[in-house]
Structure formats: structure tokens, C-alpha cells
Design a protein around this ligand. Structure first.
Ligand code: E4P
Length: 217
């Protein structure tokens, strides 16, 4: 499973990229707002840090304008992936941009049939939003399972990018269900390493080692 980090915070991206665990980055207009800097500068700087796909989202709502914005964003760096909303206009833009060889990420997916449409439009990635479905008491993980099954039934190559991930358990379940990618906020990503028995075990080993009076070198 690939890990993307879901943030526009450059210091978090730098920090996490040094672990070698990050395969890409996703941003959205809300994350850009939080970063409070020009989007083009942020995306350019992220693309210098991370070699994998960096999703940058269009803000137009008409197809032609989405395509124009998408091409401007893709012009920032070779690894920009154009993020488009799951609307009819967005799917048309997706078809045209993927036909022209651009990477695309169709976002704001909340149903399996939406994901089917995105695959038919040639999307490189589909982003089902797990957490936002859970927020309204709909099983977000069930959506991942449905999309996996539909894509496998028909051999679609669109990658399932589990988004709106809030917990370690979301990552675990998405991995078990065969999501290709999880895009995870920095704090949740760092939290994946944590286990109380790891901390307890390490404390005990270090205490016993101290008692030996030895050093390794
Ligand atoms: C995905 O690409 C989105 O940026 C993101 O995962 C949305 O997450 P949220 O629902 O926590 O805002």
C-alpha cells in the first residue's frame, strides 16, 4: 500500500519524507487556506521534496476552465496530479486530461457508482472520503470494499486512494480491503508507529541494559 500525506504543511512533508514512507502528497483548497501562502509556490516546493504524485485541486466548476486550470497546475512540476471534483463537468475534464497524458485524481467520491464513473473517465486515482461518510453514520469502509470489487470485476486500473482518513484503524481496514493508497494527515501517519507495548518493552530493555554496565561501542 502506498502512503500519501494529506497536507500542505511543508515542514511536516519534509519531516515525513525523511522517513522514506511517503509516496506522494494530496492537497485541497482547505489545506491550502490553512498554509496561507500562494498555492503555486506551495505546490512547487512540495514537488521539490517529494518525487511521487502531488495532487493539486482545480477550483473551477466548468469543464473548459477546469482543463485550463489543471494544465496550469500540471505546468508547475512533472509530478503534479490534477485533482478534479466528482461532477459531470469534472468527469469530462478528467477524460480529456487523462487522454492527453496528465495524471488525475477524482475527489469527493461518496458512492460506488460515482467511483465507477470516474474509472470510466480514465481517472488515475479515485478518492473515496471515508471519514466524512463515517461522520454521517454511513460505513466509509464499506465504500472501499464496494469500489475494490467493482474495479476488480471489470479490470479498471484506476487506483483507489482512501481519503478522509482519521484513525490508524481506517488505515488498517483500507489496507485489508486492498485500497491501493491511503492519504493520511501527518499526525495520524506518525501515530501508526505507536503501540503501548512497544514503548513498555523498550523502557524495560533500556533499564536492563543499563544494569549490565556495558556499552556497544
Ligand atoms: C483528500 O484528498 C482530501 O484532501 C482529504 O482526505 C479530506 O479529508 P477530511 O475529510 O479530513 O477533510
Amino acid at each position: 500500500m502506498k502512503f500519501f500525506v494529506d497536507t500542505a504543511d511543508l515542514s511536516e512533508i519534509k519531516d515525513l519524507s525523511e522517513t522514506g514512507l511517503i509516496d506522494g502528497v494530496t492537497t485541497n483548497p482547505s489545506l491550502i487556506m490553512k498554509a496561507d501562502r500562494p498555492m503555486k509556490d506551495i505546490i512547487a516546493e512540495i514537488c521539490e521534496i517529494v518525487d511521487g504524485p502531488v495532487s493539486a485541486e482545480v477550483t473551477a466548476i466548468e469543464t473548459d476552465e477546469m482543463i485550463r486550470e489543471g494544465k496550469l497546475l500540471a505546468g508547475i512540476a512533472e509530478n503534479v496530479c490534477i485533482k478534479l471534483p466528482l461532477t459531470l463537468a469534472g468527469l469530462k475534464a478528467c477524460k480529456e486530461l487523462t487522454d492527453e497524458g496528465f495524471q488525475t485524481n477524482v475527489t469527493l467520491c461518496f458512492s460506488a457508482v460515482q467511483a465507477l464513473l470516474a474509472a470510466k473517465a480514465g481517472a488515475t486515482y479515485i478518492s473515496p472520503f471515508i471519514g466524512r461518510l463515517d461522520d454521517i453514520n454511513i460505513d466509509g469502509m464499506g465504500l472501499i470494499a464496494d469500489i475494490r470489487r467493482i474495479y476488480d470485476n471489470y479490470g479498471f486500473e484506476t487506483e483507489i486512494l482512501a481519503a478522509s482518513i482519521r484513525t490508524s484503524n481506517h488505515v488498517r481496514e483500507a489496507a485489508l480491503l486492498g485500497a491501493d493508497v491511503a492519504t493520511v494527515p501527518p499526525a495520524t501517519l506518525k501515530g501508526l508507529v505507536k503501540h503501548p507495548l512497544t514503548d513498555k518493552g523498550l523502557d524495560a530493555f533500556l533499564a536492563d541494559w543499563k544494569k549490565t554496565g556495558q556499552t556497544i561501542g
